[in-house]
Design a binder for this molecule. Sequence first.
Ligand SMILES: Cc1cc2nc3c(=O)[nH]c(=O)nc-3n(C[C@H](O)[C@H](O)[C@H](O)COP(=O)(O)OP(=O)(O)OC[C@H]3O[C@@H](n4cnc5c(N)ncnc54)[C@H](O)[C@@H]3O)c2cc1C
Length: 444
Amino acid sequence: MTPIHILGGGLAGCEAAWQIARAGSDCTLFEMRPARPTPAHKTDRLAELVCSNSLKSESENTAPWLLKEELRRLDSLLLRVAQQARVPGGHALTVDREIFAQEVSGAIERHPRITLRREEARSIAEDAITIVATGPLTSDALAEEIGRLTGAERLFFYDSISPIVDAESIDISIAFWASRYGKSLDSSDDYLNCPLDREQYERFVDAVIEAEPVPAHIAEDTACFFEACLPIEELARRGRETLRFGPMKPMGLIDPRTGRRPYAVVQLRQENLRAASYNLVGFQNHMRFGGQSRVFRMIPGLERAEFLRYGQIHRNTYINAPALLTPTLQLRTYPRVFFAGQISGVEGYVESIATGLIAGRHAAELAAGGELRPFPRETALGSLCAYVSGADPRNYQPANITFDLLPVLDESTRHRLRHDKRARHAEVCRRALEKLEEHRSLYA
Ligand SMILES: Cc1cc2nc3c(=O)[nH]c(=O)nc-3n(C[C@H](O)[C@H](O)[C@H](O)COP(=O)(O)OP(=O)(O)OC[C@H]3O[C@@H](n4cnc5c(N)ncnc54)[C@H](O)[C@@H]3O)c2cc1C
């Protein structure tokens, strides 16, 4: 049988190895620590959680819960260990990091079908099925190899992530539809514009300057910004007018309520495959999440905004997945190479585990000569894969799981539940789990 290699013993790599072994195939897992450390990992353990100890919400019928529930139903090793390592954390699944990494390491090391090699992978073998799961801090040599294989010049990004708000929480009696000078420059849909008068703008600039920053994960994160993606607080510090001449520029826009050009605007753009949400264009920042909700709710039209994602800037390594991957997470040009974890273009611990599980199952299927069936689009797993393989490749940003990645409900159900968002979310989850069970029965 074709050998299976997994590069990277982090969250995605360990889950992938476990799924392959569980399916009855042998595999080799390469982990470069401790010989070669990364700027964020502190131990030599597998599956080390590099920062927070939270695997997000366990409240039933939320999107992070749905993703975890699907993983549990598919016998995810890391979710099982997370349950054993659980510590009190309110509605979230929070774990004791040490116990978590120790238990995952033990399970991998003891498994007779998994060979662990503590060495840096510098290339991708021609004769193996390979899962690349080397994460956001992939070593330079391998990043070069991936660049060569995918045709990308470089894989390191300062990921400047702008906040995303739930479409339903925007006050469209204030925000207005328009593109600058009445034409859309990139032939996309028009923007929703939140207008500010002078006084509102001045107050907003003060709040941005005063907001508390998040501590940097790794030293480089505070040091290096490209001019094109400066955090808004850095722009605000450069001068009181800088934001108004940058991302908050009102040129070419007329507020239909006043018939005049606003003093400043915040532009919201609907994202490809994220129909129920809007991105605050150019609003990447380093503010604490709590500060972001407070400050951005000062923007007229966003007073009651619900944030699906907060702005961030951090060093990351990922491929331009929509240009390169299939919904089964294989490279279109080299189907024996899979990507999983942060490098595949998802964001977050559980999303990394999820793509590890998906790639592991498909890799085992490929090795056994079986047919690869993508996860149903209605599931959280299928929706993550649909996003990474089908989003707009022009300005790709990695995603956490949120409801706006899942397909909308049919017209009549939406109409029936139009006044009850919780019921709509519960219905999306019910449908996802039903489809997952149907999919599982195909493999039984
Ligand atoms: C500093 C930082 C903080 C983060 N904080 C959070 C957070 O709080 N919450 C959250 O949800 N997400 C967070 N993330 C994002 C992401 O969820 C985590 O990085 C997550 O660990 C990604 O899982 P992974 O399996 O893709 O990569 P990792 O867990 O990083 O695993 C990759 C593994 O590959 C190894 N490796 C790298 N190159 C090679 C090579 N050439 N050969 C062999 N091994 C190699 C590494 O040593 C590592 O063990 C953070 C990311 C960073 C960088």
